[in-house]
Design a protein around this ligand. Structure first.
Ligand code: BES
Ligand code: ZN
Ligand code: ZN
Length: 506
């Protein structure tokens, strides 16, 4: 598609143009009114407008809506505002969680966005404080409305899915300002998340290593943070043996991007490192054809870091954050690296290549070792590292492993808050055995056991004594199939988690 490559970059740095406001239930001013309903509810007391309240009661009393989770009932009123009401099932009240609520919001906008609805009104109700509810609605609605259409030629399919305004109803006078500000923050973050979903979904013939580096640069320039981009020559000078080896089979040259958010005052420095494989064919250890097209999302760790740096530089927490993004394409060209090769990494350690498909850990290892020069208080890497993690945890949680309990606790609690949940796997010393090599300091794969753990055991060799955690997002970064609350493809997972983790370092 002509211009496609520029469009993707523009998407990543576009302005937020969505409006957030507080509305009154006696004077509904939105095209759509969303009414969340728990199982068994037959009455909704919060609506002050009599006519509206009566017609809502009529629907609830009729029994057509059971209130089951993800159930929706879309109705047309004879008013201009709200022209439509959507009843959104929330499930049983006792068991309902905020994770459910975020998904319910996604179901609503996924249902309404194709109808061309742009102004949403949410009736805030449920068992949680409004300060928690409101931003979750905003997040869920914006996430659910997203669709990747850049390469669709049909006009109809390409129609705008954008939410232009969200009104929040049923807010107490005293909380209005807080809620407005929490919601505009949520809206800014989700605009970034959706923009980076475009970057992940972009096909690998457009989103090459050079292009992905351009995205990072465009972001850094817009947010006025420092950045450096290393090309092949500089990467060779730095002796980053992992990045050099993996990129050798492709005509696309690698990149190594350094992003630096340094506030005037800070006490702690955190390094974020993201895997940027713009396409992973497996290399000489080539993958089967079936599903290989999905390996364009093997750079979702990179966008999680670039996206988090984008959000962080808007939030301006008092923490220095260094983002490191090694970017390569893994192809089996004539000069590709091979099983049996022994690589000398940035920190001087040697690695015997067993599978060229375990390439992520090789590029991350160089980046992590490089990160030590900042003497960080913590390092976190995020990567679509192993298929084994998808088998273990599916799409509901990312794997987390590391050498520091406190850091892992921080990540877990940020995961609970943002809904981007993580589940810890052990990193006991016994697992070290698996990657022993006869001829080098270690090998990049040691058989089929404990695949996700092996990845982390390998990375651990490159972080010295620094508190470090590895997050495996192979299962969470991508939905193979459409969900009721999200379209198939990139989820944008990790941006919100990492930003929340950084906030905890202030
Ligand atoms: N990018 C893949 C991991 C992956 C698989 C991500 C499926 C998302 C979905 C990674 O580079 C890889 O190929 N890992 C291998 C490791 C193996 C060779 C030890 C894997 O998981 O099979
Ligand atoms: Zn691979
Ligand atoms: Zn990979």
């Amino acid at each position: 598609m002509p211009g496609g490559e520029n469009l993707t970059i523009k998407n990543a740095i576009r302005e937020v143009n969505m409006k957030i406001d507080i509305g009154e239930t006696d004077n509904v001013r939105s095209q759509l009114l969303i009414v969340p309903v728990f199982e068994g509810e037959t009455e909704i007391k919060e609506i002050k407008n009599k006519g509206l309240s009566e017609s809502i009661s009529r629907v609830l009393k009729s029994g057509v809506l059971k209130g089951r989770i993800f159930e929706t009932l879309f109705t047309v009123t004879d008013l201009t505002e709200p022209k439509y009401i959507i009843f959104a099932g929330m499930g049983k009240k006792e068991g309902a969680t905020l994770h459910d609520l975020r998904k319910v919001a996604g179901v609503v906008s996924k249902t309404c966005a194709p109808k061309g609805i742009e102004k949403y009104g949410v009736m805030l109700r449920g068992k949680w404080p409004k300060k928690l509810l409101a931003p979750i609605w905003v997040e869920g609605l914006l996430h659910g409305a997203y669709r990747y259409t850049e390469f669709k030629s049909e006009k109809e399919e390409n129609a705008s899915h954008e939410i232009k305004e969200i009104l929040l109803y049923n807010v107490n006078e005293t909380e209005k300002d807080t809620i407005r500000s929490l919601c505009s923050t949520a809206s800014n973050i989700l605009t970034s998340v959706n923009a980076y979903r475009n970057i992940i979904n972009a096909p690998p013939n457009y989103m090459t290593p050079a292009k992905l580096a351009d995205v990072a640069v465009a972001m850094a320039q817009k947010r006025k943070i420092k950045y450096k981009v290393f090309g092949l020559r500089e990467i060779e000078e730095l002796k980053m043996g992992g990045i050099i080896a993996v990129s050798k089979g492709s005509r696309e040259e690698p990149r190594f991007v350094e992003l630096d958010y340094s506030p005037d005052k800070y006490r702690k420095t955190v390094c974020l490192v993201g895997k940027g494989v713009t396409f992973d064919s497996g290399g000489i250890s080539i993958k089967p054809w079936d599903g290989m097209e999905k390996m364009k999302y093997d750079m979702a760790g990179a966008t999680a870091v670039i996206g988090a740096m984008d959000v962080i530089s808007q939030m301006r927490p008092a923490v220095r954050v260094i983002g490191l993004v090694p970017i390569v394409e893994n192809l089996p060209g004539g000069s590709a690296y091979k099983p049996g090769d022994i690589l000398k990494m940035y920190n001087g350690k040697t690695v015997e290549v067993i599978s060229t498909d375990a390439e992520g850990r090789l590029i991350l290892a160089d980046a992590l070792a490089y990160g030590l020069r900042y003497k960080p208080d913590a390092m976190i890497d995020i990567a679509t590292l192993t298929g084994a993690c998808v088998i273990a945890l599916g799409h509901e949680a990312s794997g987390v492993l590391g050498n520091d309990e406190k850091l892992i606790r921080i990540i877990k609690s940020a995961g609970e808050e943002t809904g981007e949940r993580v589940w810890e796997l052990p990193l006991w010393k016994e697992y070290e055995e698996l990657i022993k090599s006869d001829h080098a300091d270690m090998k990049n794969v040691g058989g089929r056991d404990a695949g996700t753990i092996q990845g982390a055991v390998f990375l651990k060799r490159f972080v010295g004594d620094v508190p470090w955690a590895h997050i495996d997002i192979a299962g969470t970064a991508w939905y193979d199939n459409e969900k009721p609350y999200a379209s198939a493809g990139a989820t944008g997972w990790g941006i919100r988690l990492l930003s929340a983790v950084i906030e905890k370092f202030t």
